[in-house]
Design a protein around this ligand. Structure first.
Ligand SMILES: Cc1ncc(COP(=O)(O)O)c(C=O)c1O
Length: 251
């Protein structure tokens, strides 16, 4: 963000809405999203699902809420979740994975943010009365604490193979997944096709003040929608803030 000649590089989340965006918000078509009567949100969710090559999408308030809703929609309380040891979900989300979702995180170290499929396989222990049931593998693309490193389609494919072999789901915290797609020179669908579901953020680098999207199957999103309500994140008025992003995407 640029203010008074200074460029603020602390984070891509400090971007503010432009005048054009604020003007577009004033003219956004409104409705109540809880009743699914918000034309702008409905369009945004449909467009997201199409762009990501998945069945459905859900608008939530933040990346943290997107991760929490997704964790809960993918698992049952008490299950084990394999994730990268420097991941945002493990470090910066106030332990919601355990405190709210009731899950047992199993962090694995990696060199550059991409989980090693062999290490993941080794971490999936056999069924045993003493062990929590593993049910989910999480990846982060791009990887924040590893400095924006990217995970390529072939690495995701390898993780998918392990997940499928053991009946686990694969989830992607794709807060900046479009950055990964640009860096790799691929369509974003090449990064989404191997994961069961994912989230990405509108609020990072796009000047959008709020909003993330959770994307996946109808069944997964149906559960996520109810969980969003449970977490107090159902909001009928987000669309006014997001309208400009929608317009920008259409171009
Ligand atoms: C990789 C990643 N996931 C999730 C989040 C959480 O997003 P939010 O700050 O909107 O809750 C962030 C925030 O920077 C992030 O970098």
């Amino acid at each position: 963000m640029q203010t008074d000649g200074l460029i603020d590089l602390r984070s891509d989340t400090v971007t503010l809405p432009t005048d054009e965006m604020l003007e577009a918000m004033r003219h956004a078509r409104l409705g109540d999203d809880v009743f699914r009567e918000d034309p702008t949100v409905n369009e945004l969710e449909e467009m997201t699902a199409e762009k990501m090559g998945k069945e459905a999408a859900l608008l939530v308030t933040s990346g943290t809420q997107a991760n929490l809703v997704s964790l809960m929609s993918n698992t049952k309380r008490g299950e084990l979740v394999i994730l990268e040891s420097e991941s945002h979900m493990y470090w910066y989300e106030v332990g919601g994975i355990s405190a709210i979702a009731g899950l047992f995180p199993w962090p694995l170290k990696s060199a550059f943010g991409a989980l090693d499929p062999d290490a993941v396989e080794a971490a999936i222990r056999p069924k045993n009365i003493h062990f929590p049931e593993p049910s989910l593998i999480c990846v982060e693309n791009t990887h924040n604490r590893h400095g924006g490193t990217v995970i390529a389609p072939k690495q995701l494919y390898a993780l998918r193979t392990v997940a499928e072999a053991h009946g686990l789901r694969l989830y992607m915290d794709g807060a900046r997944v479009f950055n990964a797609a640009v860096a790799l020179g691929v369509n974003v669908k090449e990064l989404t096709r191997y994961v069961d579901n994912l989230m990405f953020c509108l609020s990072k680098g796009l000047s959008c003040p709020v909003g993330s999207l959770v994307v996946g199957s109808h069944e997964f999103i149906g559960r996520a929608r109810k969980l969003r309500k449970l977490l107090g994140g159902a909001c009928g008025r987000l669309e006014s803030l997001l309208h400009r992003v929608l317009l920008r995407w259409r171009r």
